[in-house]
Design a protein around this ligand. Structure first.
Ligand code: GLC
Length: 715
């Protein structure tokens, strides 16, 4: 009998349910707080995992209670939301996705894991893999945008980074793919609201990123709060037991979201905690995060035969197996600081360098009339707006362990980068609120300035969880400040700090340049200064379609064609009477200081079989005067199939660095089998026929190079 079987055999029912219970350490509040004496619960074996606790000393103390004072000495899982950094903060995931750089995504996850592990954390509630096509939803900031392929690449990269080669290594933490699934399809973009998604869209869009995470060995999964077409994900037997544990053969841990088991009563699918606990356990949930549902409901559920001892033992086994894989039974104190690891300070410096790189690569230049990069020798720059020196906003949402005073603000970064330039600052207006009295003073400092930098956007708390917005303009009186600045007739560069695309057509029309700076974390000021001055040639590209108006939402490039696709000369086609159907910016949009062009897009084969690898190539040239990095997207379209297929589907993206005037060839090789899709019976199917392949710098259909290829069933 193995160690885990022996443990389970020795455990009382209360101790078994304790291993299925995660309580809060109280260092951060990420949901309805339930206070309790954690040590007593741990000592009695009533809690097997904690969240929202970090710091080597604090974790060592509570771990010692578990290992030395409890009857069976089972170590604790210590979980925390390490979504984009731990002590050192990287760009929010929506920002980092703009880099289209899996190596970077892995590196930042690895650095965050090491910092978190040094603080005793062994499990992170990340990566967040919810495909999001509705920027009203504040949690769009936490994921990799609108595209399932990008989210899948993001998933694999992040799981690799967090978990490393071996979960038992001291810098490795268990990753949690969340929030399973289709959470980003919340009705009207309102967080926690129902999502009504077809089985087809589930399989085409929302499930693939989770399949990718599981394929990369992700240790845990967290179901989403909401109901999916009436079935709360926390009790979704078909998707948890059926797809996750059945089709995907996932043997890892399923941890509920915060209080989600108890919230099955509010969903109206359970009359009491006994029913809620039974539903969740039967669906496959192993750990109850903070609802006390398992502790209060499972004994009665067992007594009433709603669950079996075998069900409980199976969950306990999965939790103990994860602890074993993490090396916690061998050494519960393995994840800690202390002098046997690289000194924290030296590690911090190398992580800050990575934070700068990540921030630089996440910045997207949306418009530029030539004002950027800023010319050398500027005499005076006026920096105005509420995000210019907003130190405590720059980390964005989900940065609990960060020292928010640690970040370099935009204003500080500019001053550091331009010591010979007079840089004056005035906030003008607050991020939110109706006060306009300081706008005049802000305009005053702009007089005599060569250029105005407008630092606008959202507060950190205006995106992330429970932060949906119905209107996606600038909060407060920022628009009044911006319009006043535009009235000066000077070059104005708008820097947008936000957790989502903002609908600002009036600003994009008037600004000399507009830059999406998201929330870039610790090195925000230095990264923005590097891009504005040209020290870093921007490479960021949008992982989401940027709407012109809220009325266009949901808006995304991979839409189905419709029987009446928009045609400007035919009124009976899909359109609005009062708004363009075009987005403000397409998926993949982003400007460089170089100028790239594509040519000679070609397929190596004219006909390929389903078992072949499709080989395509395209020439890329840098026609600009400075070296830069282009991002090239490869899309496919199944022209005729048994199901209406999207007009474009991203199959690959690639980066290529080119010197001024340099030309190179970019090859795309991918298995023809990736052209399969959920057929009429929703099972994966491949249908031979003509396919269109397109390459471009974005999903803008007017700027794609396209070729056709016959793909046949067998060659
Ligand atoms: C929150 C979030 C989830 C997070 C968890 C623990 O409510 O929905 O993303 O991991 O609680 O903080």
């Amino acid at each position: 009998m193995d160690q885990i079987a022996k443990l389970i055999a020795a455990m009382t029912l209360e101790e078994k349910i304790g291993q299925l219970t995660m309580a809060s350490g109280g260092y951060a509040v990420t949901g309805p707080e339930v206070s309790a004496d954690i040590s007593a619960d741990v000592r009695a074996g009533r809690v097997g995992a904690l969240l929202n606790l970090w710091g080597a000393e604090a974790v060592r103390a509570i771990q010692r209670t578990a290992v030395a004072d409890s009857r069976l000495g089972i170590p604790l899982l210590i979980g925390l939301d390490v979504l984009h950094g731990h002590r050192t903060i990287f760009p929010i995931p929506l920002g980092e996705a703009c880099a289209f750089d899996p190596e970077l995504w892995t590196a930042t996850a690895g650095a965050a894991a090491a910092e978190a592990a040094r603080d005793g954390v062994s499990m992170v509630f990340a990566p967040m893999l919810d495909v999001a096509r509705d920027p009203r939803w504040g949690r769009i900031s936490e994921g990799a945008g609108e595209d399932p392929y990008v989210a899948g690449e993001f998933a694999k990269a992040k799981v690799r980074g967090f978990q490393g080669e071996d979960l038992a290594l001291p810098d490795a933490v268990a990753a949690t793919a969340k929030h399973f699934c289709a959470y980003g399809a919340a009705l009207a973009g309102r967080d926690y609201a129902s999502a009504d998604v077809s089985e087809r869209t589930l399989r085409e869009v929302y499930l693939p990123p989770f399949a990718a995470a599981l394929g990369a060995g992700c240790a845990a999964v967290m179901p989403a709060f909401m109901d999916l077409s009436g079935v709360p994900m926390t009790a979704h037997h078909a998707l948890l037991r059926g797809w996750l544990r059945g089709e995907q053969r996932f043997e890892g841990v399923i941890v509920s979201d915060y209080n989600a088991i108890a919230e099955l009563l509010r969903h109206g699918v359970a009359a009491n905690l006994c029913e809620a606990a039974a539903l969740a356990l039967a669906a496959g949930v192993d750990i109850d995060m903070m609802s006390d549902g398992f502790r209060k409901g499972l004994p009665q559920a067992l007594a009433e035969g709603r669950v079996s001892v075998e069900d409980i033992n199976a969950s306990v086994r999965r939790v103990l197996t994860l602890k074993q894989r993490l090396g916690l039974f061998d050494d519960a104190f393995r994840r800690k600081g202390g002098d046997d690891r690289e000194p924290a300070e030296a590690a911090r410096e190398s992580v800050r360098e990575l934070a700068l790189t990540a921030a630089q690569r996440s910045i997207v230049v949306l418009t530029n009339d030539g004002v950027l990069p800023l010319p050398a020798g500027l005499g005076k720059i006026a920096v105005i707006g509420p995000l210019a020196d907003a130190r405590r906003e720059m980390d964005g949402p989900w940065a609990m362990a960060a020292d928010r005073d640690d970040c370099v603000t935009i204003l500080e970064g500019l001053k550091g980068a331009l010591p010979g330039t007079e840089i004056v600052f005035a906030e003008g207006v607050a991020i939110d609120g109706e006060e306009e009295s300081r706008i005049a003073a802000a305009l005053e400092i702009c007089r005599g300035a060569d250029i105005v930098l407008l630092c606008l956007g959202e507060a950190a708390a205006m995106s992330g969880e429970a932060a949906s917005r119905a209107c996606l303009g600038l909060p407060g009186r920022q628009e009044a400040l911006a319009r006043a600045a535009f009235s000066l007739g000077k070059p104005v560069v708008a820097l947008l700090s936000s957790g989502r695309p903002l609908t600002l057509p009036w600003l994009f029309e008037r600004a000399s340049a507009a830059v999406a700076t998201w929330f870039l974390g610790t090195e925000v000021g230095n990264a923005i200064a590097d891009v504005l001055t040209g020290r870093f040639n921007p490479v960021g590209r949008l992982p989401v379609t940027w709407p012109r108006a809220v009325g266009q939402i949901p808006i995304f490039y991979a839409a189905r064609p419709s029987g009446r696709p928009f045609d400007p000369i035919d009124p009976y086609t899909s359109k609005y009477l009062d708004c363009s159907v075009e987005p403000q910016f397409y998926f993949g949009h982003g400007l460089s200081y170089s100028r790239f062009a594509l040519s000679n897009f070609a397929a190596l084969q004219q006909r390929v079989g389903i078992g072949d690898v499709i080989r395509l190539s395209v020439d890329v040239v840098n026609e600009g005067s400075i070296e830069g990095e282009a991002t090239v997207f490869l899309f496919a379209r199944d022209i005729v199939a048994s199901v209406a297929r999207p007009v474009l589907e991203l199959k690959r993206f690639a980066k290529i660095a080119l010197g001024a005037g340099e030309r190179d060839v970019l090859d795309f090789d991918f298995p023809a089998a990736e052209l399969s899709f959920p057929g009429l019976d929703l099972q994966p199917c491949f249908e031979p026929g003509a396919f269109e392949f397109s390459v471009g710098f974005s999903a803008n259909p007017k700027a794609l190079m396209t070729l056709r290829l016959e793909v046949v069933a067998g060659i």
